[in-house]
Design a protein around this ligand. Structure first.
Ligand code: ADP
Length: 265
């Protein structure tokens, strides 16, 4: 029962006026939703772990096939198919890792492994990695800010890679991405700018929500809406902030800040 009451005063206290509402059904529905959510999360965890083993075996077999094709033990004509299968296996690994990360976040188990490292060096490594996947990408870094940060290098690289890949993915006409590093009072800010399709203003507030996608059913922009949610959680755990500035049709600037850094130059 939900009990609501207010005292009534006519010069003197003259009693209470109130309502008692039967909320049994709402409460039962709430419990049922909680139970379903728990079961769904549990299913995600088990399914993601179960998927990992066959993918690892598949990747190992593909590696053996690749070596055999390189040494001409099997027809070299098979190479393009092996490369294609390898690319899909890498994509699948990415999806499974994202699902596992989401689970870690849900259960508060996304732990950071911080160290001091040179931000620019790690940024250049990320750019190099992206260049292998997107040779046509033009990624420019605008800065002369040499920084040493106290952060989880692997996790921050995951954020950078995600933001740059999104910048390229949602910019079909223009593969130019600009990265700006700035010092803002006591924090340091990294912005990733693209000249792509942008995000409508009414959708910007939801962009870091789990599974949110602007073009939900688009075949042209495939995805699952997990990346930005994971990025925002990683940055939040570093006590930083993350955001976006965008004009529809003109592009996006995704930015994040980190509080723990030392400026070298
Ligand atoms: P995914 O790209 O797999 O859908 P994300 O969580 O990385 O998942 O992104 C969520 C949504 O935000 C995307 O579906 C897309 O609608 C929008 N988005 C992300 N980055 C950009 C960008 N650089 N330009 C335009 N839209 C973007």
């Amino acid at each position: 029962m939900l009990d609501n009451a207010q005292p009534v005063f006519n010069l003197d206290f003259s009693g209470y006026i109130g309502a008692m509402t039967d909320i049994q059904e709402q409460e039962l529905a709430k419990l049922a939703i909680e139970e379903l959510t728990r079961k769904k999360d549990e299913f995600f965890t088990i399914a993601s772990h179960e998927l990992k083993t066959p993918i690892t075996t598949m990747k190992a077999s593909l590696q053996i096939l690749q070596r055999m094709a390189d040494q001409e033990q099997i027809p070299v004509q098979t190479l393009p198919f092996i490369t294609k299968a390898n690319k899909q296996a890498i994509k699948l690994t990415g999806i499974v890792n994202d699902l596992l990360d989401i689970n870690k976040i849900q259960f508060g188990r996304l732990e950071l492994n911080n160290s001091m490292y040179e931000f620019n060096e790690s940024l250049q490594e990320c750019i190099g990695e992206i260049k292998l996947q997107y040779p046509e990408a033009e990624i420019k870094v605008k800065d002369n800010l040499q920084l040493v940060v106290w952060a989880d290098r692997v996790r921050i690289e995951q954020v950078i890679l995600n933001l740059i890949i999104n910048a390229l993915k949602y910019s079909p006409e223009d593969q130019e991405v600009q990265i700006v590093l700035e010092k803002e009072d006591t924090r340091f800010k990294c912005s990733i700018k693209d000249k792509g399709i942008g995000i409508p203003p009414e959708k910007q507030a939801y962009i870091f929500y789990r599974f949110f996608r602007v073009h939900e059913n688009s075949q042209y922009y495939p995805g699952l809406g997990m990346g930005l949610y994971i990025c925002s959680e990683i940055i939040r755990q570093h006590r930083g902030e993350i955001g976006v500035i965008s004009e529809e049709g003109k592009g996006c600037t995704f930015w994040f800040t980190l509080p723990d850094f030392i400026r070298v130059v």
